[in-house]
Design a protein around this ligand. Structure first.
Ligand code: NAG
Ligand code: NAG
Length: 193
């Protein structure tokens, strides 16, 4: 027969175990593959909101194209549904091809719409200027190319653009329907540190 003090002691131990277990659940301290970090350790102080403006040159013509078709339209489709192009497009300060190079838009786009010309764009804007040299902004979105302004999400970034989020607005500056060459103005609105 257990005495009253023994029963009390047992109850105390059980309660202590239960409450520490509850604490572990709340704080996740039983997971040693994750830890909380102070964002200041990464030098992340105040989030900034920036607007970048540049021109995107998608050039199929000539000896050194920046865009190449890698999948031809698999079916007879007025929207070229299913076709894919790979790009390493210059990003410049002004609309002329001789304008100062700010970086490259690297990635691909694919015709993803059967009703109108609507592209799936997947691009990294890789900058080469000053403190932005080597940093990237990643854009993934829908581009209905014959609309005046197309909006696509900025889904992330690297370097100075770690934790980036925002959107771009793209509007065609020039388009040559014979060659497919296009120059598009990109306005990037991005929150970053
Ligand atoms: C492709 O489709 C268009 C419009 O539907 C039609 O006029 C044309 O003959 C088709 N071409 C081929 C090769 O099937
Ligand atoms: C950008 O960085 C690359 C690699 O570190 C370097 O070769 C290049 O000179 C830099 N460009 C500018 C404009 O700072």
């Amino acid at each position: 027969m257990a005495t009253t003090p023994q029963i009390l002691a047992t109850q105390f131990i059980i309660l202590s175990l239960l409450s520490s277990f509850a604490l572990i659940l709340v704080h996740g301290e039983d997971q040693d593959f994750v830890r909380a970090l102070d964002r200041k350790l990464l030098g992340l102080k105040k989030e900034k909101f920036s607007h970048f403006k540049m021109y995107w040159h998608d050039i199929y013509s000539g000896k050194n194209p920046s865009a190449v078709g890698v999948v031809n339209p698999p079916i007879n489709s007025s929207t070229l549904f299913g076709s894919v192009s790979m790009i390493d497009d210059p990003l410049t300060e002004g609309p002329e091809s001789s304008s100062k190079l700010l970086g490259k838009a690297q990635g691909f786009y694919a015709s993803a719409s059967q009703k109108e010309v609507g592209l799936l764009m997947a691009m990294n804007f890789h900058f080469n200027q000053g403190k932005y040299n080597g940093s990237t902004i990643t854009i993934l979105g829908r581009n209905q190319v014959f609309d005046k302004v197309r909006e696509m999400p900025v889904i992330g970034g690297s370097g100075l653009f770690r934790f980036a989020r925002g959107y771009v607005q793209a509007s065609t500056h020039t388009f040559n329907p014979t060659t497919g060459d296009a120059v598009v103005e990109y306005n990037i609105y991005v929150l970053h540190y």
